[in-house]
Design a protein around this ligand. Structure first.
Ligand code: NCC
Length: 273
């Protein structure tokens, strides 16, 4: 994408539709339909400052907690905890983007853990590249629907949304059409999905330790000691392409990006496409 300006890329991304499922997306007889929300996530919402907290090990000892909490919207991923890490990652959570393993696997205790209460949840699960919505609902990669329904039924004011899996492939195509290498046909990570969800709503989106700063470490997550460089540079997800793209769209100078670990992407609202 060297020949494209950041503005042009943002305009392309703006036309890449990311949708969460609404009742009207499913036929009347679908068992899932009554549990879906009537509206899509963040419909008509608008915010000033938003921040995406990557789960990167490089956040450990970053002291970015106050900076993170100063934003109107704080987006976190999966089971990334804040307790005992407030100094580095803050304590506020507005929305969590979850992959379907976190919703469905017993070990994450999705229905009982306080991590998944009183916030907006957006979960995703990959469909086959060319499969229809109903086929995916019959055969998701991890069965997230059981806990989806249970959460919507039993938890008061459950704000839980499911990403339309075709949106994941729209994002993948955006990445592929702007990459010089052939990408594996695996959907983007929760990180890039989170960015695509926030850009239409926020004046700007900051990302912390999304591009590894000088604090780069083998540690996978700030919240556990496992070492695995694939978490930062990717194996299954097209992580390298996502990160290069995000870096290209960033408006902070390199001192900010590599010393502080902060990128800033302007939201879509002010774009002149
Ligand atoms: O690790 P994960 O990712 O939960 O991280 C969330 C997002 O933070 C950014 N990240 C994370 C670690 C790191 N060193 N650098 C980073 O930039 C990435 O943007 C990442 O998307 C996922 O994306 O959903 C993922 O989930 C994990 C895992 O399922 C969950 O953590 C739950 O345990 C996946 N790992 C495995 O399945 C083993 C990971 O591939 C993708």
């Amino acid at each position: 994408f060297e020949d494209k300006s950041p503005q042009k890329l943002l305009c392309e991304l703006k036309t890449t539709n990311i949708n969460t499922l609404r009742r009207s997306d499913l036929p009347l007889e679908s068992y899932l339909r009554p549990y879906l929300p009537k509206r899509s996530v963040f419909e008509n919402k608008s915010f000033n400052s938003c921040v995406i907290v990557s789960s990167s090990g490089a956040l450990y000892n970053s002291n970015l907690g106050k900076f993170i909490d100063s934003h109107d919207v704080v987006l976190r991923f999966n089971n990334a905890v804040t307790k005992n890490f407030e100094k580095d990652v803050g304590r506020k959570t507005t929305v969590r983007v979850l992959n379907s393993q976190v919703v469905s696997k017993q070990q994450f205790q999705f229905l009982t853990s306080s991590l998944y209460r009183n916030i907006t949840i957006v979960a995703w699960d990959p469909s086959n590249y060319s499969s229809e919505l109903e086929e995916w609902i019959r055969k998701p990669e991890y069965n997230l629907f059981e806990n989806y329904i249970e959460h919507r039924k039993t938890i008061e004011k459950s704000r839980f949304y499911l990403v339309n899996p075709s949106s994941l492939w729209n994002l993948w195509r955006f990445l592929q059409s702007n990459s010089m290498n052939r990408l594996r046909r695996n959907p983007p990570s929760s990180g890039f999905l989170g960015l695509s969800l926030l850009l239409p709503l926020c004046e700007f989106v900051d990302l912390v330790e999304y591009i590894p700063s000088t604090r780069v470490t083998k540690r996978c997550h700030y919240y556990d000691a496992e070492e695995n460089v694939a978490c930062t540079f990717g194996v299954w997800h097209p992580l390298a392409a996502e990160k290069m793209m995000t870096y290209h769209m960033n408006i902070m100078n390199d001192t900010y990006v590599f010393q502080k670990g902060i990128l800033r992407i302007p939201g879509f609202k002010k774009l002149n496409c």
